[in-house]
Design a protein around this ligand. Sequence first.
Ligand SMILES: C[S@@+](CC[C@H](N)C(=O)[O-])C[C@H]1O[C@@H](n2cnc3c(N)ncnc32)[C@H](O)[C@@H]1O
Length: 340
Amino acid sequence: MGDLSRFLERNLRHFDLGAPDPALLINPPLFGDSDHRLKSNSHIFLQDYARYLQWSALTPNCAFGAFPGTLEPVIRRALLIMPREKALLRAWLSWMVTFMGPDTTLWLAGENRAGARSAGRLLKEWFQQVEVLDSARHCRLYAMSEPLETIRFSTDRLAETWSIALQGRRLPIVSFPGVFSHGKLDEGTRLLLEALETVTFQGRALDFGCGCGIIAAALGTLNTGLLLDLMDSNALALESSRLTLAASGVDGRVIASNGLSAIDSSYDLVISNPPFHRGHQTDSGMSMAMLQDIRNFMNQSGQLIMVVNRHLPYRRWLTSTFGQCDVLAENNRYHVLRAR
Ligand SMILES: C[S@@+](CC[C@H](N)C(=O)[O-])C[C@H]1O[C@@H](n2cnc3c(N)ncnc32)[C@H](O)[C@@H]1O
């Protein structure tokens, strides 16, 4: 159990999870004893599919999505776990103030390295009353009440539409705060897209860790008839991908999956700018483990194309897993690797 789980556990009494009226817990890690969790009538809302799988094994009262829809039954108590991105924190505060009404009890808990220590200033833009209830284990817990008048939450307002150049035309991309490289083209993805302009593909392709859907949208634009699957564990990424596909006029299936957990097709192309963070650390081992069984999901002549940081040991790993690996493009920070 991590610091935040222990911190939540020592503060359980504040949340009164056994009360008859349910509380809403937004993006919690597993915490507390399982008895408590199972008896509690709390609703758990998760934006991360891996965490959703963990919680749904313990309680039926949990949902996965970008943001909750209407709250049925009405919920007057909510605990939000601090997201790493300030823009996403603002979005959640706006959601809480819009949907939960003036007489609700709200809490924000998070790790200091996610910004919890300094969150008080921001909270005061949204609530008249902000109190620090606990500060320990590099974490902080706030209670907020008396919401101030603010702009109403809407996902339309939250979505940002931007564009990239692709073969002389502009390709529209839509992203939400909390999605990788929100509002701008990542340097690694840029190198990958340049390499894709020089190769053609057919059959079925998987965009592994699709983020805002930028790679799939480019692939679909460059290769007519290519069947596209896009997968990610982040609900905001999946929603961004749906909007990007619609905006760019590309068809594709958008799949929620933790690694390969929900993948059941066979692909001619698997393409990825792979996840490289675990919590706050850079970790290539995580994506290697996730892609360990990828060959079981590839057709005989299938290929895996990845853009990765040159200092990470992917080339050695691909060569030992596939028997060969070539370099499609490179610059001083990244290379685009292809294994067949
Ligand atoms: C480096 S980003 C690439 C995003 C996008 N393809 C691009 O190039 O802009 C990696 C993506 O992997 C997703 N991811 C992280 N862990 C995952 C997991 N366990 N299963 C599926 N996707 C995951 C992240 O949400 C993120 O969108």
